[in-house]
Write a protein that binds this ligand. Structure first.
Ligand SMILES: Nc1ncnc2c1ncn2[C@@H]1O[C@H](COP(=O)(O)OP(=O)(O)OP(=O)(O)O)[C@@H](O)[C@H]1O
Length: 236
């Protein structure tokens, strides 16, 4: 599904990705973890063609993504911070994004129901709470039914019930055979959903495998302690 070979990216003197090699198979939930500033969003944006790497190759669904844009039609992406014109009403932004992607699906109906957004459809984005905005962003992400879904901090601002609904939504997408890539600092969420994790540290992949393999490697009882032990070893 995704092949990344020897990917390098610098911002000025800041070497963010130092030769990333990663292979992600089709189907399943993969979590990209790492401390703040470790390059998770940069790696995701390289996959989406939003950041141009200095060197290296990325192939997504057998398409080399360099100088290509069509492959993006098959990816649903939730950015860490989504910015839409705040004067638009919720129903207007949904219609606009649907129009832009020439989508024929009606999937937004069930998503609006899932996240209980009916009372907000006629409200302007500027007037919504942070969590409600995030639910709108989730509708905008999941309504296209693409085979690859990339979620950058999807739980941001969500209350516990919405958190649970999101988790169930991600599971039901996985059951359809989709590939879901998630970054999150909420380790209990990652532990509940991820089939595999990739841990980025100082521009390199420190670990790539299952959570139980990481627990064995670090000799820790859960993901939180496993990550803490990596970080305390590297920053000690
Ligand atoms: N457009 C940019 N211009 C300059 N520096 C950037 C740019 N985007 C990211 N960086 C730098 O690259 C590094 C990695 O940032 P990135 O957003 O990929 O980290 P992250 O792992 O997603 O962090 P977080 O967990 O805080 O979201 C940081 O030092 C950041 O300041």
């Amino acid at each position: 599904m995704i092949e990344i070979n020897d990917l390098h990216k610098k911002f000025g003197k800041n070497e963010v990705l130092k030769g990333i090699n990663l292979s992600i198979n089709e189907g399943g939930i993969f979590s990209i973890l790492g401390p703040n500033g470790s390059g998770k969003t940069t790696l995701i944006k390289c996959m989406l063609g939003m950041v141009i790497p200095d060197s290296g190759n990325i192939t997504i669904r057998d398409e080399v993504i360099k100088n290509n844009y069509k492959y993006r039609n098959k990816i649903d992406y939730l950015p860490q911070i989504a910015r839409f014109p705040g004067n638009l009403k919720v129903k207007e932004i949904i219609a606009m994004i649907k129009d832009l992607r020439a989508s024929k699906t009606e999937k937004e109906i069930e998503l609006i129901e899932l996240f209980k957004l009916e009372p907000f459809l006629n409200k302007r984005l500027d007037n919504l709470s942070g969590g409600t905005k995030q639910k709108v962003n989730l509708v905008l992400t999941f309504m296209f039914d693409s085979p690859l879904i990339i979620l950058d901090e999807p739980t941001s601002g969500l209350d516990p019930i919405s958190h649970l609904r999101l988790k169930n939504l991600i599971f039901s997408e996985k059951e359809k055979g989709k590939t879901i890539l998630v970054t999150s600092h909420i380790l209990s969420f990652v532990e509940d959903i991820a089939d595999k994790i990739v841990f980025l540290l100082e521009g390199e992949i420190y670990f790539n495998g299952t959570i139980s393999q990481l627990k064995t490697k670090t000799e820790q009882p859960d993901l939180e302690h496993a990550i803490a032990s990596i970080l305390s070893a590297s920053y000690a």
